[in-house]
Structures are given as structure tokens and as C-alpha cells.
Design a protein around this ligand. Structure first.
Ligand code: FES
Ligand code: FES
Length: 140
């Protein structure tokens, strides 16, 4: 009985008390937005990061329209990557999330959504940054 409770405890906690739910202003130059969907079930996850000049993630927010495991995965991901460099955050694997939250194999794709979302947010931030750098460089 105790085993059974602890098996779901972390998922339920993240599901009932999701961390860092909300939005960051998409237009901010230091914000990266990742929006991904799971083809397997149609669930959608939005994850946003704010990155400091030091290249470290200072703020993370998410909105997930999906199952409990997807919500728990994104909640866990926001806590995991805060304070990380982009490189470190991009290396967080869904298998780590699945293990941490004890997700069953059929729910693996829910944690994959969180991995895709952070990667997509990092990419969006880097694209914005590259554009800004290009704009700041005067033409020859
Ligand atoms: Fe997507 Fe679970 S199938 S909510
Ligand atoms: Fe599809 Fe969880 S994200 S069932």
C-alpha cells in the first residue's frame, strides 16, 4: 500500500500543485517560447524561459493542455532547468523525467513533450538573439 502511494506521489504532487504555471511576455527579447504537440494524443505544451545576460535561465513558465503526466512533466521540467545554462537545459532527457516521476511506459511520450518543449524554447531564444545581434551590427 505504501509502495503504491509513493509510486504516484510525485506525479500527483506536481499535478495538484504544478510549479511555475503561467506566461512570460512572448515579445521580450530575453524570452524564448516553445510550443509543441504530441502527435500520439493531441496534447499541447507551452514552455517559456527567460535568459539572463550570463546565459543562465532565470525564470520558467508553462501552460499544458493535456493529461496529468504531461502537466507533471512540464512542472518538473520548469523546476529542473531554472538556474541552468542553455546547454545544460537542452541536455535534460525525458527518460530522466519519466524516472523521477515514475511514469509507466505508455506515458513516456508525455515526458517527451517536456523535452521537446524546452528544446523548442531554447531554439526560439537563440533565433531571437541571432536576429538581435544581426540587427545591432551596422552594414559595411
Ligand atoms: Fe492526452 Fe492523455 S491522451 S490527455
Ligand atoms: Fe499524451 Fe500525456 S501527453 S497522454
Amino acid at each position: 500500500r505504501i509502495m503504491k502511494r509513493s509510486y504516484h506521489e510525485k506525479v500527483i504532487d506536481h499535478y495538484e500543485n504544478p510549479r511555475n504555471v503561467g506566461n512570460l511576455p512572448k515579445g521580450d527579447m530575453d524570452v524564448g517560447t516553445g510550443l509543441v504537440g504530441a502527435p500520439a494524443c493531441g496534447d499541447v505544451m507551452k514552455l517559456q524561459i527567460r535568459v539572463g545576460e550570463d546565459g543562465v535561465i532565470s525564470e520558467v513558465k508553462f501552460k499544458t493542455f493535456g493529461c496529468g503526466s504531461a502537466i507533471a512533466s512540464s512542472s518538473y521540467m520548469t523546476e529542473r532547468v531554472k538556474g541552468m545554462t542553455l546547454e545544460q537545459a537542452g541536455a535534460v532527457k525525458n527518460t530522466e523525467i519519466a524516472k523521477e516521476l515514475c511514469l509507466p511506459p505508455v506515458k513516456l511520450h508525455c515526458s517527451l513533450l517536456a523535452e521537446d518543449a524546452i528544446k523548442s524554447a531554447i531554439k526560439d531564444y537563440q533565433t531571437k538573439r541571432a536576429k538581435r545581434t544581426a540587427a545591432a551590427t551596422p552594414p559595411p
